[in-house]
Design a binder for this molecule. Sequence first.
Ligand code: AMP
Length: 276
Amino acid sequence: MKVVRTVAEMRAARHAVGDLGLVPTMGYLHEGHLSLVARARAENAATAASIFVNPTQFGPNEDLARYPRDLPRDLALLEAAGVDLVFVPEAAEIYPPGFATAVEVRGVTDVLEGAVRPGHFAGVATVVAKLFNIVQPTRAYFGQKDAQQCVVIRAMARDLDLPVEVVVAPTVREADGLALSSRNSYLTPEQRAVAPAIYRGLQAAKALFDGGERDAEALRRAIRAAVEAEPQMSIDYVSVADPETLRELTRVTSQALASAAVRLGTTRLIDNLLLA
Ligand code: AMP
């Protein structure tokens, strides 16, 4: 496994391989990330991962400084998973002095995470556009866990004619349903015990939907009820929206994306389920 730290090294390494799958990450890897690696390996001649805690996607009061990091462990996991190439840039390599450009995807970034985290998706779209240009992958792999991020990146790739196939892979969960996340490491044992309430709420909405419920507010109510049963949790949003436009629905006529963002102490957790 080759580890590269500069854009020039990454470009040189890229030219030595054919079909390349890229898994962009912020590190502190878990089985969710590794499922993306496995998918990339299955579908490409070579696999690359990036580890970069992107400062521009964090708000001023968010967790950039305390975001968990363990590069030696991440590199060992990637090597064991069969990754060929790892890009680990410093912030100054990605954002050198004078950096002045941003990629803004309009519309789908106004709602949900975008409404609570202003500027977040401009940071995400800009860094992912840069990673696509630096690594030049054939395919890039993202997790359904960050459903809105997937919508934003697909829109960017389409609108800017980026020659990358965007692949979205299913959310990997703990046995009790909690979606794996690097941020789960912030949770105290007590918080960890109540965290699966988010997934329980989403599952309750799915059970209602599968039973024929099509009133979006009834589905939202089911999610809220499960979360509000845990007094430590506070809701940022609960949503039942069109999976493509991300606009809130009144009635579900075909598919819907049920999603929630919750604060548990100082930790913010998100999750979603597709109702189809
Ligand atoms: P992050 O390191 O949190 O930026 O995540 C890097 C990639 O892994 C993103 O495409 C995420 O959507 C994806 N990912 C994070 N958690 C999971 C999970 N539990 N299951 C599947 N993919 C995930």
